[in-house]
Write a protein that binds this ligand. Structure first.
Ligand SMILES: *[C@@H]1O[C@H](CO)[C@@H](O)[C@H](O)[C@H]1NC(C)=O
Length: 148
């Protein structure tokens, strides 16, 4: 029920301008990603505007225990990875009750802001959640189009 409310809140805010990503690829986490809902986005690759904030709702199953869960997002710009700030960076408490238990499925929400100085290019974004050993709990790459 809580999750349904999150979806309708996203839809109300953005006139349902949200899609489930289909073009993401795994970049080596020990957990399994089931779905990623990104808002606002209405086609892939998503148009990402400079300075705008995007909200992702991620559903995944953990495959290791962890006391912590830390969000990271970065984009590959001209061959090097640039950090995209994620709020909150601590994924515990945004739909995830930590500690994370192996075998449990979690759905949580976090927001990422596009840097204001990103070039207007098509690029790869990488979202990951780190466990308490600094390893990827989940990791996925997804195509983005930065738009000025
Ligand atoms: C998360 O994904 C699992 C596996 O596909 C599904 O059974 C479950 O209903 C999903 N949970 C939510 C909250 O969407």
């Amino acid at each position: 029920m809580a999750v349904l409310h999150i979806v309708s809140a996203l839809c109300l805010l953005a006139a349902c301008n949200a899609i489930y990503l289909t073009r993401h690829t795994d970049c080596g986490g020990h957990g399994t990603v089931h779905s990623i809902l990104l808002e606002p986005c209405n086609h892939e690759p998503c148009d990402i505007h400079l300075g705008q904030t995007y909200t992702a709702r991620i559903n995944f199953t953990a495959n290791e225990n962890s006391h912590t869960a830390t969000n990271k997002c970065k984009g590959e710009i001209a061959g090097s990875w640039v950090d995209f700030p994620v709020t909150p960076s601590n994924a515990c408490g945004t739909g995830i009750t930590c500690p994370i238990h192996k075998g449990e499925t979690y759905t949580y929400t976090a927001s990422v802001t596009c840097p204001t100085d990103a070039p207007s290019v098509r690029m790869v974004g990488q979202w990951s959640v780190l466990d308490d050993r600094g390893q990827n709990m989940i990791c996925f790459n997804f195509p983005l189009q930065i738009v000025k």
